[in-house]
Ligand binder design. Structure first.
Ligand SMILES: Cc1cc2nc3c(=O)[nH]c(=O)nc-3n(C[C@H](O)[C@H](O)[C@H](O)COP(=O)(O)O)c2cc1C
Length: 205
């Protein structure tokens, strides 16, 4: 085995190593609105679920100056929509990661269609198989010197699920067709699926 001390690596190398070690990662495509009403859309793959009561998701936004629009908008308005990304959205999702100036509506500029949300101001993306309207719960700063990230914890207020994915009341992974992020510029689909039953619970008493 190769043994590596992250403190001995330069920051870029340490970042790339960490990205490449955690594979695959789901991708949150996050829509927000600035206080002035400009829509922003950006992908985040440091993303997962945290709790189901209250229904909570988290993703982390790397710090920089000026801060990323997603972080600035969430702090200003406390509202966001988190979308799951399927294979058909991959190229447009990556296009959203370009550095657009804050006044550009990235959702429309990258070829997606905006639909009004039910309970939050940022619109949702019509093309996404799942959209979750959320309110900011907490920001956790994970920082050292001028580096680090803001971990966003968000409470889900509404789910929107495409009908083809809602198979008898359960999310069906085949029509969902989610993608994951690998290291570097690589992504994966989840098309080679296998199912494993959990071990039975031991009998009580
Ligand atoms: C697939 C993918 C995943 C990404 N994941 C993250 C992430 O977890 N955290 C982060 O800060 N940036 C991440 N980025 C980069 C942001 O999307 C990028 O900085 C974007 O410009 C931020 O947009 P904003 O300034 O509009 O918020 C990712 C980019 C891609 C393509």
């Amino acid at each position: 085995m190769i043994s590596l001390d992250p403190a001995s690596l330069n920051p870029t190398r340490a970042y790339l190593l960490q990205l490449a070690c955690i594979q695959p990662r789901p991708i949150a495509l996050v829509s927000t609105r600035s206080a002035e009403g400009v829509v922003n859309l950006a992908p985040f793959s440091y993303f997962t679920g945290v709790a189901s009561t209250p229904p909570t998701l988290c993703f982390s936004v790397g710090r920089r100056q000026p801060e990323k629009d997603t972080y600035a908008n969430i702090v200003a308005t406390r509202e966001l929509v988190i979308h799951m990304v399927d294979r058909s959205m991959a190229e447009r999702m990556v296009a959203c990661s370009a550095d657009y100036p804050p006044e550009v509506d990235e959702l429309t500029a990258c070829g997606f269609t905006a639909v009004a949300s039910e309970v939050v101001k940022p619109p949702r993306v019509a093309e996404a198989p799942i959209a979750m309207e959320c309110r900011l719960r907490q920001v956790v700063e994970v920082a050292e010197d001028d580096r680090g990230a803001h971990l966003i914890l968000a409470t889900i207020l509404r789910y929107h699920v495409r009908e083809a994915v809602w198979n008898g009341g359960r999310i069906d992974p085949s029509p969902l067709d989610p993608i994951g992020r690998l290291g570097g510029q690589s992504y994966c689909t989840c098309r080679a699926r296998f199912d494993l039953p959990r071990p039975p619970k031991p009998e009580q008493g």
